[in-house]
Design a binder for this molecule. Sequence first.
Ligand code: GAP
Length: 556
Amino acid sequence: MTAPAPKSMDAIMALCKRRGFVFQASDIYGGINGFWDYGPLGAQLKKNLRDAWWQDMIMNPCWGRKGPNGQRVQCVPLETCIIQHPKVWEASGHLAGFADPMRKCPGCGHFVRADQLWDVLVSTSEWFSSMIQEFEPAPAGTQTPVLDSQRLLKWARGKGKRLAPNLALVKNPEVTLAWLVTRVNGQPEAPPDVIEIVRHVATEQLNATGLQDPCPRCGAVLGTPAPFKLMFETFAGLTHTDDNRVYLRPETAQGVFLHFKNVVDSSRVKIPFGIGNSGRSFRNEITPRNFTFRSREFEQAELEFFCHPDESKDWYAFWRDFRMDWWKSIGLAGENLILREHAQDELSHYSVGTSDVEYRFPFTSPGFGELEGIAHRGNYDLTQHQTHSKVKLDYFDTTRGELLPNGGRKGERYMPHCIEPAAGLDRGALALICEAYTRDDTRPSPEFLKLHPRVAPIKAAIFPLMDKDGMPEIADKLTDDVFAKFGRYGFIETDAKQSIGKRYARMDEAGCPFCFTIDGDTLKDQTVTVRDRDTGQQQRIGVDKVCGFLTEKLGL
Ligand code: GAP
């Protein structure tokens, strides 16, 4: 099946700003790259998402579904600091390993991720797109575009000067071209592919330097790759010295491992059980992009589920399946959601198995982007923290070991394994908005958000058809009743301004699932119209039935 045409990200971002879902951080100063704030509707949408996660993962885990051990799933919450002891990140492996290889351009100062160089070059570089048009397309069955040195020379002296002033071909076209022609003519049986051609046009002194890699922006020769640390650093204390250097957490998960023993000692949890932690994480992403998808400050909702090593594979499968079902339950359609098992060479340093829940965002379509990772982390983290802290973090399980004459068990000491469903709330909110965004040009207001009632920031709207004849009073009373019951889940709006069509349109665009209108008939028979956002259909129900209707439909 082919994917439907992607929705317009520009239209979605415009609606998010217009209706107060998402604003660029520091907007009035021109914004700051990789940081986003949530407006009134976005803040409530995100809270509803966080609350749904908290409810279904911690308070009533997996909707009461039984785990592979046949028991109710058991989870408790935790709330940990953004800044922890720097040794935490040494033990977790983030200080040594959490870095991307970067190459700096000496010409324009631009940084390029070494592993993305050719993708970026081919897909975004203006000079490359322009230069490659001067070649004849590769003949059928070959990878090599046909070189016309006169056309390339003309390009170097014309467009090239403007688009890639630091490219060797532009700075010294005769010498650079001579090397390229020698290569093409010298080995006609093994002609160069596009990447080799691009490296040739970036190289002036082939014998001295070998082939070079050009900057996608200006064409200068890129420096050698160096690791670029993704953790934000700051200092705790008076002096900015190495002793006071601390890090903003890049994930909420480590806070859980640090308190595994405290939680076991202070509460009645027994393995298998989970500890949930949700909050802000920070990564100095090199290329923040795609709206809130890749931000430098974002919110995670992570569960670390501890179990006996022998049961870990079953729990891994259990959590993977539940997390897919959960995202579907709050409105992400099946065909836009996939579960992707990581290949062995994709796994993180700690992982013995990982699956991603991926959503088909408009900017990834027809492909998918990660929404949540479910990782089998083995006993990596507890073992690491035990080694670095010298505090014993293993677990004594009184339900295991050989059977004793008194009917009890001898017990077994082991390092628990951990299954980690790690979700991103910003990516979650973005997926919900993208999924909900609908354009229907036959409607008076063509853009609307089909948000699932559970996450919709406005739960209901109540309109007096006219601002007279007792209608506003009935609307006020109904609003009070609905607010008393549902106000803690989201906004309850009233609106007496403009035509009823315009009022519906305003609510549709904000994703409000139900609008109730008090009209002339209400005065006679105590009924109101209820209008469904998605179908536009209306029905009449008694004023006294509105709360019951919402209880059923909002599914809270
Ligand atoms: N503890 C494991 C961990 O942090 P991760 O896959 O790096 O795993 C989990 O992050 C989730 O956090 C991702 O699936 C994504 O939803 C979210 N996330 C990660 N980096 C992000 C970023 N730069 N911007 C927004 N969300 C991000």
